[in-house]
Structures are given as structure tokens and as C-alpha cells.
Design a protein around this ligand. Sequence first.
Ligand SMILES: Nc1ncnc2c1ncn2[C@@H]1O[C@H](COP(=O)(O)OP(=O)(O)OP(=O)(O)O)[C@@H](O)[C@H]1O
Length: 596
Amino acid sequence: MKQKNGGIKRLLEFTGEKRSLLNISRILSGVSAIFILGPFLCVYFAARELVNVFTGSALDTQSLVRWGMIALVLELIGLALYFCALLCSHVTAFHTEKNLKMAALKHLAKMPMGYFDTNPSGKLRKIIDENSFQTETFIAHQLPDLVGAQVTMVVSLILMLLFDWRIGVPLLLLFGIGFFLQKSLMGKEGMKLMQTYQDSLETMNHEAVEYIRGISVLKVFGQTVQSITKFNEAIKSYRKFALAYTMSCKKGMVAFNSVINSSFLVLVPTALIIGLVSSDLVGFTQSFLFYVIFSPACAVMLNKILYMTSYKMQAEESMRRIDMILNAEPQEETAQPKRPASYDISFEGVTFTYEGAEQPAVSHLSFCAKAGTTTALVGHSGSGKSTTASLIPRFYDAQAGSIKIGGVDIRSIAHPDLMKMVAFVFQDPKLFKDSLFENIRAGRPSATREEVMRAAHLAQCDDILAKFPKGIDTVVGSKGVYLSGGETQRIAIARAILKDAPIIVLDEATAYADPENEQQIQQAFEGLTKGKTVIMIAHRLSTVQDADQILVMRQGELVESGRHNELVKKNGEYARMWENYTKTTQWHIGNEVKVC
Ligand SMILES: Nc1ncnc2c1ncn2[C@@H]1O[C@H](COP(=O)(O)OP(=O)(O)OP(=O)(O)O)[C@@H](O)[C@H]1O
């Protein structure tokens, strides 16, 4: 559902129960600003005492000390209030940052896999991390400071009008012009440029991540950063928009700074004119002192408000970016979920095309995998095997046809139930940077240590655990602990065994295995697949010989199906593949290697 509120109002929705704390912070910051103005007034009153000396009065040192003490007390109270304001705003800011991250992550969990094809993980991580951090800084510091600066500005202007309106009005006009210039700097045009600037920054960061990810390829082929066109273009585009944004602010900034810093240009001539006609020169000089002290303070505050407003624009932009994730359409969920009674899988005229692709990856596919049997998908590279497998747990939704489990369309099964029903072992499984124990337990978080150990044993992981002193508690990816491709696959199989799902999808789960490893992985499969509905993709045809049915795919279509012996006899596509496969397994280097 699209969010209607934009900007800061939308951001404040994420403050949750800490909203009142933020309001307290703003009030405290405003009150603290009034107290912090106090010392300026004290300086003014002390200066008045000094002016009195020129009229023949004795210097009242007691009074000077008194003003000094009052200034100190007011400053201390102001600082204490400001400290409390920041305390409240920081608690709210951290809470808001957490809420934003949680909302984005929860929403991402509902997104189909297709979303991650166009929004890679690196890009999403950056959007969530960097923008939620921006909002945290805004709420913790800039929001209370903005209130403080606004209060200071308003109080100062009121005082300026009250002391001597004849000087106050010209100064007010000057600051009014400054305020108008500030608004024009922060208008819609500025916001648009800021968006383009942020977009180009995001693209450049994303390309930098891609560049670093592919650094090994670049090294091997002796490429330079200039030769990576996309990254190079991203840097150039960032430079272009950063310059455009800066240049667009140039004139306005120069005008704004010139205006707000020229208060003396207004103050001195006005004072001279009024002073010449004034009957009470001492009184006028004392008022004049007030303006000498306060008008630079007003200029500083206007400047501060300008920067705060630009931070506000950044925070609004950050919220808009997080909303782009939150507003992305999640996978459709059924309102009346059904539970299948059995675990047959049937594809009925299924067609699926990847977003942006011209040809369907799977076309008019129909087959039935009976519960408790093993179905193997074979075919040349790119024939649609992995796509077919990934349609079962709804990583993607087919555009035509239907996929049923136990006669129930998978779109009518509640998403968490479907996830529980299917265990998927990928060709390139991912391990978290956590202990092997937690990596396996991810299959079923409620599992006991004994159950995890048993799953590891069934998945032939005993030798992996034995080689690390901490065994199953070894943390992967730290201090030189890395697993080979085959070892990682066995850990992934242990995870799937622990999940104990009735449907198992194995997508080239022996891809990294060497002959010794492969045997172990095959044994691990036995522990995993007993009595389950298994969909298995394998390039090594030896691993699918015993399957209950073999589906042969070509260009997304099913071209043959049957058991191994039937298909070999048929002398069709599978028979050719089998012949080629057996040839490659018997192949050996013809010439003996000569030892020098
Ligand atoms: N995320 C994707 N976005 C767009 N096209 C894709 C995507 N994944 C796969 N394809 C395309 O869909 C077609 C089928 O790919 P798929 O990975 O299903 O084939 P496969 O038979 O599993 O191949 P392999 O045996 O090499 O893994 C291919 O043309 C591939 O380029």
C-alpha cells in the first residue's frame, strides 16, 4: 500500500511510543535557547553600567559582578536543559532508526525473488543503513537544534523591536530579506537537485561495491577502474550532479551570506541618523549597544537555520528512499489459506518469463511429481531447470498456469506454511558469519543441540567438525575458518535435514563435490530425502539414474520424461546426453606427461 504522508511527518510515524519524548526534547531545546540568550542580555546590562560611567556616575562593580553571576547561572541552566533535550532526542533517534530498519527488513522478507534481481543486496543494504543513519542524526541533533535556533531567532527579533523600533525595523527588514533568500535556496528546485545528487551518489556507491566484488577478475585481466565503464560512468555522473547541485546554490548562498552579515551596514547609518536627532543620547547609546550585541547573534542563528533546513531536506530524502522499499509491492498473500493433505507436486501449463526478458525461461510446463518419489530435472545449461525448481517455493510467481501441492494451488497456501513445506539446497549455499551450530539450526530454530548434532552426522559433516578445535561451535568466516564448496554444501544439507520438510529441492547440490566428497554428499542425500517428495537438478547424470522419473528440458520446455532405462532406449535427447556423459567419464588424457 502506498504511503500518503511524505517527509518529516512520515519519518515521525516511526518514532512510535517515543514520540512524546521527542516533543519533550523539542520543548526543552526551545526553553534552553531562551536561557542561553540570557547571558547576551547580561552583557548588555553590564555594558550599560559602563556607559553610565561616561555620564559621571561611579562604576558599580558590585552590579557588574552580579550580572556576571546571573549570566553564568543562566548559561548553566540553559546547558543543562539542552543536555536533557539531547538525551531525549537520542533515545527517540535510536528507537526510530531501529523501527525503520525493522520495517524495511520485514517488508523485504515479503518480497518475491524477482525484486532482488533488480535490487541487489548491496544496494538495499546501503539504502537501509545509510538512510536510517541520516534520519538518526537528524532526530538526535538537528531537530532539537532547529527548534532552539528558531526560538532564539523569534525572541531576538521581538527584543529588537521592543528596545528601539526605529533601529529594530530596518534590521528586521534586512533579516526578512535573508529569510526570503534562505527559502528560495531550499525550494522545490533545490529538493529536486538534492534527489538527483543522492541518486547519483547511490549509483556510484553501488558500482563501487560491484567493482570491489569483481576485483579478482579485474586483477587477472589487468583491468583498471577506467576500463569498468559502468563504474567510470557512475563517478562521472556523480561529479556532474554534485557540481550542478553546488553551482545551483552558489548565487543564493553568496546573496544570503552577504545580506545576513551586513547588519552593521544598516545599524551604523541608522544609529547615526537617529543619534543626531535624539534628545537622550545616553539612553540611545545604551539601546544601540543592545543591537551591537544582538544583531550578529541573529545572523548566526539564520545561518544555523539554513544548515538545519538543508539537513531536514536530507532527512526527508532519506525517508523517501526507505519508503521506496516499504512501498514496493510484496508478493500476493491469500486471504483464505488452505493446507494440502499430501505432497504431490503438479505443474499445469506453467509459463514464466523473467522481468525484462524476451523469451520465457519456462514454457507450458506440465508434470506431476508424486509424493515420496524423486523427480530429476536434466537438460542443457539455460534450459530452465533452476527456474522450474524456484517456482515451487514461490521465489517467483508464474505468469500462466498453476503449480499445486497436494491439489492446492501454491498461491492459496499461507507463505509461512509453504516455506515450512519446502527445503531448498542451492548450488551455491550461503553460510552466515556465525557458528556451524547456528548455521545448521537455521533450518529449525527450535531444534535442540542433540538434534543439530544428529543432522550434522546424517549430512556426513563429522569430518568437518573434527578438524576444528571448537567443533560445531566454530564460527565460519572468521580467523581463517573457511569451508570448501563441498563442505559448505554438506552443512547446507544438514540444515535441510534438520528442517525435515516433506518437499526437498536439490539444485545441483553436488556441483562442488570431488569424487570423495560426492560419495559423502550422496550418503548425506540418503539421510535427507527418505520418504520425501524430491525435485533434483543435476548435471552429472550418474546421480539421477535411480530417480523415479527424469524430466528432460530444452529451452524452457519439457521434451522427454520417463525412467533412465526407458529414456536411454528411446534414443532421443536424453540418450544423446547420456552417451556424451558416459564418454566424458571414460575420457582420459591420451598423451602421457613427460617428466623432465
Ligand atoms: N534472474 C534472472 N533474470 C533473468 N533471466 C534469468 C534469470 N535467471 C535465469 N535467467 C534466464 O532464464 C533461462 C533459464 O535459466 P535457468 O537458470 O533456469 O537454467 P538452468 O537450466 O538451470 O541452467 P544451468 O544448468 O546453467 O543452471 C536462461 O536463459 C537464463 O539466462
